[in-house]
Design a protein around this ligand. Sequence first.
Ligand code: ADP
Ligand code: MG
Length: 152
Amino acid sequence: MNIIITKNSEETRSIASEMAKNILSVQSQDKLAVVIALEGVLGAGKTTFTQGFAEGLGLKDDVRSPTFVILKEYHMELSDKNLRFKNFYHIDCYRLKDEKDIKDIGLSEILKNPENIILIEWAGNIKKALPKNCIKIKFYYISENKRKISIQ
Ligand code: ADP
Ligand code: MG
């Protein structure tokens, strides 16, 4: 377990960006998507982290919380540092009323594709659908600009 304290949103973006770059640089023979489950109260920093992560993946798009659409898909450029991943998914389960509804967005197919990286906000709302090997990150609100981030 890794615990990081960030003192402003820029620091949270930057650790997320580093993590994304690390994931791109690791050669692995995984047969499944990489899944990162984000948990923490509203305003804890999950979307801020996701924006930094997307930047680290080299995405130019403006990543915002998909408040009304549960899922957003972004296409990544393949480069020397990224020969594996083609798609980045940002999923926000805040508005998901019933865990079963996640089936409607085709999550199980998305999870099977090793070319996908998936970040899930409010991952606790779809506990049963999460793969066992997913990376779990918890965000704790400490004070206005301070957050504790624990990476499991
Ligand atoms: P969530 O998606 O968890 O609801 P957001 O990332 O949307 O949270 O919101 C976090 C808010 O807190 C943003 O307005 C951001 O600017 C602010 N903030 C202040 N300090 C930090 C920090 N250290 N890390 C992340 N966000 C921070
Ligand atoms: Mg959010």
